[in-house]
Design a protein around this ligand. Structure first.
Ligand code: AAO
Length: 495
């Protein structure tokens, strides 16, 4: 379950809070044609409807399950099935955000949910599954509050409540059976795998027992015996009792250090020259086990981990540069973030608006993205995955797949360049002065379109044209005045 089971491309995108019908259309009209491998979707199963003071339908309500029925603000079971079929039919996989560590936090009896199950958090009664108090970890938690109080005690991190969320006991055969049924229901309808939420808070051994019971993928879309792709959310920046390494036997693990280090580097707190051995050489997980990203739905808004240096759509030039590096670099399985806009309100170093959910109408229904004539998104959606500098680097990653990194060059500071076999070449300028160099591109003689400054359209380039000599050398120029500090060419951008 370390294999993403992709067929259309080597990068996936988190379409955070998108409705299922919009995802289905996006697979057919954009993700399939542009070589995206798959989509991580928001939790599809029934959860709490949160109204708490001025907090109204926060994005994080989806991380408070009420049942495993496929019923959410993104759509119902039929909508979800339709999306899975339509995306698979164009080769784009669906990965479900599986919230299986816990159920909801405390809410007064009668609090609503996105389905019909009803629940009583106080007595840990979730009839929609059903779960009752017997199925939770209270008896295994030794802290006074019942919550996690110390991340240096591995037992309480697993057996106590994460921020007050009722903590399921995955040591119970009954609980395992209900979780396996939930995952199998989704696998049988054609999903390719799972992001496993809050994995740090479950025992790796219990998780292995659960995953080993999940069915092979649906042979309507996958080869016989194909195993679900598993990527486990474990925040490990070092310094705690639990490490991501403990989970690599179950599947891939989110490598949070990756985005943190690149954020620091592109913001100028580290020199790009040191990226020549980025990956295991920096203490990160083995590339076969890591899931990498620049930002995620938590740390783009100060939740989770990564701190103030995490790059997001709000610092778009650095963001495009870091994503271009990630998509060109041969380490890890890559995931892009696709966001909606919200106004931040910084008070004492915290964004008081960090709860704001997706664009919604007067009835609290999500307003999905509109697509503009220039192929960007409207209705308040950022659609980073539709930015030319990003979708073209997704193609770069596909063209370079199977090669390693070679012919590294740098200026000793913040100008770097490297090849991927004889399939691709990228140069990055993060200096305060122009990059003007003749560099080895490792490509065959000919003219190539720079896929950052433009596209290859018909037989010509809408951006820069790069002429590679018979020795593979080309003159590369990236001035500080340009929109983007990156230049990239590859075997399929040749004219
Ligand atoms: C909401 C309310 C809560 C309320 C609760 C129950 O905000 O006030 O008590 O409901 O009613 C999301 C939101 C939460 C939300 C929750 C449920 O983020 O605010 O709570 O939905 O609605 C830990 C977990 C990690 C988790 C992360 C947010 O380990 O798994 O917290 N991420 C996932 C999801 C996330 C979701 C949940 C889990 C819950 O992605 O969206 O929460 O389903 C340290 C630890 C980390 C820990 C962080 C934050 O990180 O290492 O494991 O993550 O703290 O607690 C440095 C350190 C780094 C440290 C970091 C932050 O960087 O190096 O280790 O500082 O301190």
């Amino acid at each position: 379950q370390w294999d993403a089971q992709v067929s259309n491309g080597q990068a996936i995108v988190h379409l955070f809070e998108w409705p299922w019908s919009n995802i289905a259309s996006e697979c057919e009209s954009f993700l399939g044609p542009r070589g995206y491998g798959g989509v991580q979707v928001s939790p599809p199963n029934e959860y709490v409807k949160v109204y708490q003071g001025d907090v109204r339908r926060p994005w994080w309500e989806r991380y408070q399950p009420v049942s495993y029925q496929i019923s959410s603000r993104s759509g119902n079971d039929a909508d979800f099935r339709d999306m899975v079929a339509r995306c698979n039919n164009v080769g784009v996989r669906i990965y479900v955000d599986g919230v299986i560590n816990h159920m909801s936090g405390w809410w007064p009896a009668g609090t609503g949910s996105t389905g019909t199950s009803g629940f009583d958090a106080g007595s840990q009664s979730y009839p929609g599954v059903p779960f009752s108090a017997y199925d939770f970890n209270d008896g295994n938690c030794n802290t006074g509050s019942g919550n996690i109080e110390n991340y240096n005690d591995a037992s309480q991190v697993r057996n106590c409540k994460l921020v007050g969320l009722n903590d399921l006991n995955q040591g119970s055969e009954y609980v395992r059976e209900k979780i396996v049924d939930f995952l199998n229901y989704l696998v049988d309808m054609g999903v390719a795998g799972f992001r496993i939420d809050a994995s740090k808070h479950m025992w790796p051994g219990d998780m292995k027992i659960i995953f080993d019971r999940v069915n092979n993928l649906n042979t309507d879309y996958f080869s016989a015996g194909a195993r679900p792709f598993i990527f486990q959310e474990v925040i490990d920046l070092g310094g705690e009792a639990i490490s991501g390494q403990e989970y690599v036997g179950n599947g891939r693990v989110t490598e949070f250090r990756y985005g943190k280090y690149l954020g620091e580097a592109f913001r100028g707190y580290n020199q790009l020259t040191y990226l020549s051995n980025f990956g295991e050489g920096w203490g990160m997980l083995d590339r076969a086990y890591s899931l990498v990203f620049i930002d995620n739905h938590d740390n783009q808004r100060g939740h989770g981990a990564g701190g103030a240096n995490i790059l997001t759509f709000r610092v778009s030039k650095w963001y495009k540069m870091a994503n271009a590096f990630m998509l060109a670099w041969p380490y890890g399985f890559t995931r892009l973030m696709s966001s909606y806009y919200w106004d931040q309100n910084w008070v004492d170093g915290q964004d008081k608006n960090d709860w704001i959910g997706p664009p919604m109408d007067a009835s609290d229904n999500i307003i999905g993205p509109s697509i503009n004539a220039d192929q960007t998104c409207g209705n308040g959606w950022i659609c980073e995955h539709r930015w030319r500098q990003i979708y073209n680097m997704v193609q770069f990653r596909n063209v370079a797949h199977g090669t390693d990194m070679n012919d590294w060059w740098d200026n000793g500071n913040n100008q770097i360049a490297f090849c991927r076999g004889n399939r691709g070449f990228i140069a990055i300028n993060n200096e305060g002065y122009d990059l003007k160099q003749s560099l080895q591109t490792c490509l065959s003689e000919g003219s190539y379109c720079d896929v950052i400054s433009g596209n290859k359209e018909g037989g010509s380039c809408t951006g820069k044209t790069i002429n590679v000599g018979s020795d593979g050398v080309a003159y590369i120029e990236i001035t500080t005045m340009e929109d983007d500090g990156v230049l990239a060419i590859h075997a399929e951008s040749k004219i």
